[in-house]
Structure formats: structure tokens, C-alpha cells
Design a protein around this ligand. Structure first.
Ligand code: NAP
Length: 752
């Protein structure tokens, strides 16, 4: 018995055109048991005989009028040029409930053909197009899995029967395809660019080369590129002749656009204009990577943490003893963002090393490509930005999509408010909920025109205003992003002053100075005069002290250990972790201190030390806010109590870090109590090797908690398992391998 498709089993399906697509459809129907009888129709008897021999069809019928009588569904899979003639032939014999659908690669012409034959498109006619296939043709070429995980576009027109559309959808889905609906015009425009133009170019290229005197040599020595690019020129000529005629207007439009761009590229090659050439190649390479993501059926710029979360990673740690060696941990995220932004509006070429290839910084990089900046890389942390100067950014082709990156959106809002074009900034679902009023409000005071969503949320529609006026702005909240946004807008105004209610990170000010811009800092007040030119420079992005902190504590608590952490950013707004650990007795030396792009950097030499518990000075709390989880691990290894107060903010980080750390410490045998604004830890550091017992700790998906308990294994008596560690990949993708390198006995296990 055939499967029931939407309430009724299909007894008879007629397939007209038994080539690659028609025979694959027939094979799919058979494999999934979707109908009782398949009747095949083709021009030649040999095709029909082969169809019968291969068991693809049950009955062969050359006479279409006979074939379609009593059919539940007719599937047209011959070249589209034959559609009108075939519809006219079968029209008088179709039953009232017979559904007609097709596979034609152009949809507007099929709909028009149906109108001409029937007067109007019949309600049971559901045009379709499977986005699957190959350059092969004929009844032998088909496979039952051709449509598996491929898209099928259906283009039903108004007045169609919903039941017919659902039946066709159900059939495709039963064969593993994903059905999407579209209007015929949109379908034809999209396919002109993505399928029809590439086929036209492939045919033309091979023909041009074949006419060449040296053609034999060309083909004999053809490299992979030629073969890859021209594979589709082996497709069936009649089918493609029909397609180009049927989709003439949309194909010509795509061809004209391409011809124009090709002429520009030709000129760039002719004149040796490297910047224009690299612009095209780097943009294309980045776009191709996005397309690959889409083609492999992953969401556009899918959030790594989400996909990693699905993976359910656990860290399994054996007790360790000693750590040693040297490490350069991943680059600082805040500085990575700013290196792209300032490099883009500088004069000249900025070379960046140590760029953090995380999603957020990559969103900023892509945004500047869209704004017309040529950016090479990243390749293993190296990026080259061809600056366009303060006034060289260009309107992007569409909205700027910034993924999950709040930093990108807030900083770009300031810069783009001052351009002579309009732009809309969008992001993923979670970014869309983040408050942007805090930047929109002061920017409006400078004369910016910004529309936000409800309650000041994204998208931000920015109408550029090249004549912003400077303001003096006392920030209502201590926010480095708001300050940076206003300073970037201030580059285009007369004089801009920002007053901080409490110290915030000053990476933007420092990097502006590194690019030759004078920024005046007096106490809590930062002032910038607009109109200054940024001069390109080289930036070796410091390693992130927040990532280095795990290894600083590892080197401190492990016995007989010494570890060198290279090129760590030691910006005074970030070094609270060093100050606190030193107060506890840690042995941390700053070697080779230097300035890189305005940022202080040093190599940190960390040696084992016996720690003592302390009352952590509240003034240091904001300077070490991200590093407390690992400081708590150090405190457990110290002699006597350590007390933290004034850190309520820790309760609203990626997890309630106070409670989660207290729970984890207790489950590993440490005396720890959470307090409303901090924690009290009674350190066990009585010279014993083992401070922590074996046990299992829940990280609640908080990357810093997961890495902190990994470090605890250096002083544990047995195996520690840390659950829910997938998010580590977002901030510190190489954590596990770096930890293994210095001697932490860690393995990451996918437990799904
Ligand atoms: P194909 O392998 O060349 O097969 C075409 C079939 O149609 C053959 O069986 C042929 O019969 C039959 N045929 C040709 N003219 C006919 C006519 N006037 N009346 C009855 N039958 C006729 O073609 P295909 O690749 O399967 O493509 C079929 C349709 O699918 C086309 O409309 C195409 O646009 C669309 N499509 C193709 C692809 C792809 O990648 N190939 C992808 C998506 C959609 P004989 O064997 O007797 O010559």
C-alpha cells in the first residue's frame, strides 16, 4: 500500500520527461512508497524501455492523452520549452482533482504557459523547481536520493488549492527535500544570478578556449580551477537553451551587472591596481565562506556558542602536578575590534597580528568590507587593512549585519552617524534585545539622525550627517563602549568631551594615540578635537589578560612550576588580577614591558608561590571583574580566609558567578560561602598538595567557570569533571590544547 499523502494514498502518478529529474522523482516515489503506479512518458521508446528495465516506472506510455487519464498527479520534467505544448495536449484529459506540478528551472514562463492554455492558472497547478541536479542527463543518471537535503522552491499563484500545494509539499518532503515558497518573479531573478549566469559563463569560457589555436594544450593541461569552473558546461544544451530564452530578462540583467564589474576588474589588472584587485578578491573570498555556511545548511553566521552548546562538551581532568613552558594566549577582543575600525579610517596600510578570530571581531571586519574597505585576512591572526581615510567609507550594499556583537554596533553607530550616507545596523535575535539608547541619545545631541526599534533596541537606522557638533557629555553609566562611540563620532565634530562616572577601559583612547591622534585625558574627562588624520601603523594585538589569568593562577598554585606568558596586555584598567594575586603572595614578574599601538604589553613570568588569604580591596574589584572565578581557585589554595565584597555585578554575568563558583568549590571539598555581594573562602593552603577532592562541577555554560575548575585540577586528589564547557570555544578556542601544552591533564569530550 502506498503511503497516505495528506489524507489520501496516491494511486497513479504520471511523469512526463524521464531524464535526470523525472527518473529521480520516480525513484524517490518508489523508494519511499508514495504511490501505487508510476506511468512514464518520454519522446523516445528507448528511454521508456530503459525506464521499465531499470524498474523506475511501472508503465510506459507515449500517448500523453492516455497517460494522464485517471492520474492523481502529473509531474512535468521535460525541457521547459515543451511546457505549453504538453499542457495543451493533456488539458482535456486531466481529472477534476488531478494535481499538476513541474520541475522547470524557470517559473514565470511556466505560469504564463498555463495561463495561455487554461485561460487562468488552474487551482491544482503548483509550479515547482528542485534545486538539485547535475550536468548529467537521461534516465540512467537519476538517483532516489537526489533531492535529499536539497531545497525545492514551489511558486503557487493566487487562487491555488491549498490542498494541492500541501500534497506536492508532502511528496517532496517525503523524499527528504526542504520546501520553500516564493513568487515566480523572485524565483527567476534569484536563479538568474545563482544558476543561469554561471552556466552561461561556463559555456562561453569553454567555447572561447576551444576556439583557441592552442586549445588542445589548454585542455590537456587544464588545472583544477578550469575543470571546477567549467564542469557545468557539460550540461544538456537543449535544456539550457530553453532556460536562457525563458528567463531572458533576468539573465540579461545579471549578465549586464557582471559585465560592468568585470570591466572594472579588467581595468584594475591592466593598471596594476592592487587595492582594487584585492578588494574584489577578499570580498569574494569572505562572501564565498558565508555561502559555504549556507550551502552546508548552517544558519548564516550561526552563533558558535549555540552550535557548540548543542555539542555538550565536558572537560575531564586528571590530577596534575607541575606546569611549565611558554604560551601566547589569544588576542584581546576589545583591541581586535578597534584595530579594524581605526585601521579602516586611517591613511595607509595597517598590519595587524594576533587578531582574535572570534565571531564578534569578525563581524566588525565584515562590516568594514561592506563599507568598501579592502581587508586581507585573517590568516592565523594576521590582517592587513587598506585604510580609506576619515572620509573614504562608502555606503554598504545593504544593511550591516553585526551578529551578536554589541561592541560592533555601539562603536559603529558613532562612526557611521558622521558619514555622508545612510546605513542600517542589524544583528541576531539576542543583539536585537540589547539597549542602544545609551549611544543613540548622546549621538542625537551631536546632531546625529538615528531611528531605533522599540525601547531603543536595534535595528539602528542611521541617516548620516557629516557636520556633527561636539558635545560635553557626562555619561550616566560607566561604559567604555559609549565613550568609544562618542569619541569615534567626535573625530568628525569640533571638540567632544566625555566625562566618566567611574574609570572604564581606555583601549580606544590608547589606540587613537597609536594612530597619531591626540586625545586629552584629565582625571575622569576625555577630550578629542575632530578632523585629525589617523596614520596607519602596525599593531601586534596583546594577548588577552582575561585568558592569560587561568595560566597565571595555574603557574602560581602548581608546585615547582614556572610559566612564561608572552605579550600579555597589561593595560592598568585590566590588571586587577595581577595586583590581587600579588597581594596574596604570588610571584609574577613583568618582563620586557613595552608599548604596542598605545597599549602597554609585557611578558609575564609566573612561578609557584605559597599564597595567603586576603580581604580583596574593593578598589580592585572593577579591574578584575572577569577574572574572579579563577582568583577564587587561587583563594582555595591560599592559607586562611579570602573575602570578596562589593562584587554584586558577578551575579549577573554569563551565570551567577558567585553562587556557581561557591557550589563548585564546595562540591570539591572547599569551605566557601556565597554572600550577597561576594564570597568567603577558607583556603586550605597548608602546604598539602591536594586542596580539591575529586568531583563533578556544573559550569552552567559559563566559559570562565569551566576554565577555572580546569586549573583547580592541578591541586586535586582525583578526577574532576566539568560539565557544559562548549562555550569555552567562543572566548578561548585553543584553551584545551594550550592547557595540555603546559601540563594540565585535560581532555574535552563530546558527550552527546
Ligand atoms: P534530461 O535528463 O535531459 O531529460 C529530459 C527528459 O525529457 C527526457 O526523458 C526526454 O525524453 C524528455 N523530453 C524532452 N522533450 C520532450 C517532449 N517534448 N515531450 C516529452 N518528453 C520530452 O533533463 P533533466 O535534467 O531531467 O531536466 C528536466 C527538467 O528539469 C527541465 O525542465 C529542467 O529545467 C529541470 N531541472 C533540471 C535540473 C538539472 O540539474 N538537470 C535541475 C532542476 C530542474 P527522451 O529521453 O526521450 O529524449
Amino acid at each position: 500500500m502506498p503511503k497516505v499523502v495528506l489524507g489520501r494514498p496516491l494511486s497513479k502518478v504520471v511523469i512526463i520527461g524521464l531524464g535526470l529529474i523525472g527518473s529521480s522523482f520516480a525513484r524517490g516515489l518508489k523508494k519511499w512508497g508514495l504511490c501505487e503506479e508510476i506511468v512514464g512518458c518520454a519522446r523516445s521508446s528507448s528511454t521508456l524501455e530503459k525506464g521499465l528495465d531499470l524498474g523506475v516506472i511501472d508503465t510506459a506510455e507515449k500517448d500523453l492523452s492516455l497517460a494522464v487519464q485517471g492520474a492523481d498527479l502529473v509531474f512535468l520534467s521535460m525541457p521547459i520549452g515543451a511546457t505549453e505544448k504538453i499542457l495543451s495536449t493533456i488539458a482535456p484529459y486531466l481529472g477534476e482533482n488531478t494535481i499538476v506540478t513541474d520541475a522547470g528551472s524557470v517559473k514565470g514562463c511556466v505560469v504564463e504557459a498555463a495561463k495561455r492554455v487554461f485561460g487562468e492558472v488552474p487551482e491544482n497547478f503548483i509550479p515547482g523547481h528542485p534545486i538539485a541536479g547535475s550536468e548529467k542527463s537521461g534516465v540512467d543518471a537519476g538517483t532516489s536520493g537526489l533531492f535529499l537535503h536539497h531545497k525545492v522552491i514551489l511558486t503557487p499563484v493566487s487562487g491555488h488549492s491549498p490542498e494541492a500545494a500541501l500534497t506536492v509539499t508532502a511528496l517532496w518532503e517525503a523524499m527528504g527535500a526542504n520546501v520553500i515558497l516564493m513568487d515566480p518573479g523572485t524565483h527567476d531573478k534569484i536563479l538568474a544570478a545563482t544558476s543561469h549566469l554561471p552556466h552561461l559563463l561556463a559555456y562561453s569560457l569553454v567555447d572561447t578556449m576551444a576556439k583557441d589555436d592552442e586549445s588542445l594544450d589548454i585542455f590537456r593541461y587544464a588545472a583544477g580551477g578550469f575543470r571546477d569552473f567549467t564542469r557545468i558546461a557539460a550540461s544538456d544544451p537543449t535544456m539550457w537553451h530553453d532556460i536562457f530564452l525563458a528567463n531572458r530578462a533576468a539573465t540579461l540583467e545579471a549578465l549586464d551587472e557582471f559585465t560592468e564589474d568585470l570591466a572594472l576588474l579588467r581595468k584594475a589588472v591592466d593598471t596594476g591596481n592592487s587595492q582594487d584587485m584585492l578588494g574584489v578578491f577578499t570580498r569574494a573570498q569572505a562572501a564565498r565562506e558565508h555561502f559555504s555556511t549556507i550551502l552546508s545548511q548552517r544558519a548564516y553566521l550561526e552563533k558558535m556558542s549555540e552550535s557548540m552548546n548543542e555539542k555538550q562538551i565536558e572537560f575531564i581532568l586528571q590530577p596534575g602536578s607541575k606546569v611549565s613552558g611558554k604560551l601566547r594566549v589569544t588576542g584581546d577582543k576589545s583591541i581586535s575590534h578597534r584595530s579594524i575600525i581605526l585601521g579602516s579610517i586611517a591613511e595607509g596600510e595597517t598590519d595587524i597580528e594576533g587578531f582574535l578570530e572570534g565571531e564578534d571581531a569578525l563581524a566588525t571586519l565584515q562590516a568594514f568590507r561592506d563599507l568598501g574597505v579592502v581587508i586581507e585576512g585573517p590568516h592565523q591572526g594576521r590582517v592587513k587593512v587598506y585604510g580609506v581615510g576619515l572620509h573614504g567609507l562608502k555606503a554598504p550594499p545593504g544593511d550591516l549585519y553585526l551578529g551578536n556583537s554589541g561592541t560592533s554596533m555601539r562603536l559603529l553607530a558613532g562612526l557611521l552617524a558622521a558619514q555622508d550616507f545612510s546605513v542600517t545596523l542589524t544583528g541576531d535575535k539576542s543583539l536585537t534585545k540589547r539597549p542602544m539608547g545609551r549611544v543613540a541619545t548622546p549621538l542625537r545631541l551631536m546632531g546625529a539622525q538615528i531611528d531605533t526599534g522599540q525601547d531603543g533596541s536595534p535595528p539602528l537606522a542611521i541617516k548620516g550627517n557629516p557636520s556633527l557638533s561636539g558635545i560635553e557629555y557626562p555619561m550616566p553609566m560607566a561604559s567604555a563602549q559609549v565613550k568609544s562611540c562618542l569619541l569615534l563620532a567626535g573625530l568628525y565634530a569640533d571638540s567632544t568631551t566625555v566625562i566618566e562616572p567611574a574609570p572604564t577601559r581606555d583601549h580606544t583612547e590608547r589606540m587613537l594615540r597609536g594612530f597619531g591622534v591626540s586625545v586629552d585625558q584629565r582625571g575622569d574627562t576625555v577630550t578629542l578635537q575632530g578632523g585629525q588624520t589617523l596614520k596607519a601603523c602596525s599593531i601586534d594585538i596583546p594577548a588577552d589578560i582575561s585568558s592569560a589569568a587561568f595560566f597565571i593562577v595555574a603557574g602560581t598554585i602548581a608546585k615547582d612550576s614556572e610559566i612564561l606568558l608572552e605579550h600579555v596586555g597589561v593595560n592598568p584598567t585590566r590588571t586587577g588580577v595581577i595586583d590581587i594575586l600579588r597581594l596574596m603572595g604570588a610571584n609574577i614578574s613583568l618582563l620586557n614591558e613595552r608599548q604596542v599601538g598605545g597599549e602597554p604589553v609585557a611578558d609575564l613570568l609566573v612561578k609557584s608561590a605559597d599564597l595567603k588569604g586576603i580581604d580583596i580591596p574593593e578598589a580592585l574589584v572593577p579591574l578584575a571583574i572577569d577574572e574572579f572565578p579563577v582568583i577564587f581557585v587561587a583563594a582555595a589554595c591560599a592559607q586562611g580566609p579570602t573575602c570578596l565584597r562589593g562584587a554584586e555585578e558577578l551575579r549577573v554575568k554569563e551565570s551567577d558567578r558567585i553562587q556557581v563558583m561557591a557550589d563548585g568549590l564546595v562540591s570539591l571539598g572547599v569551605d566557601a560561602q556565597a554572600t550577597p555581594d561576594g564570597i568567603l573562602i577558607n583556603g586550605k593552603g597548608d602546604g598539602q598538595a591536594n586542596v580539591f577532592t575529586e568531583g563533578t562541577v556544573e559550569s552552567h555554560g559559563d566559559h570562565r567557570i569551566a576554565m577555572s575548575f580546569s586549573v583547580a585540577s592541578l591541586r586535586s586528589s582525583g578526577e574532576i569533571r566539568v560539565l557544559n564547557c562548549a562555550n569555552v570555544a567562543t572566548s578561548f578556542p585553543s584553551f584545551v590544547s594550550e592547557a595540555q601544552k603546559v601540563g594540565i591533564q585535560i581532555i574535552a569530550k563530546d558527550v552527546q
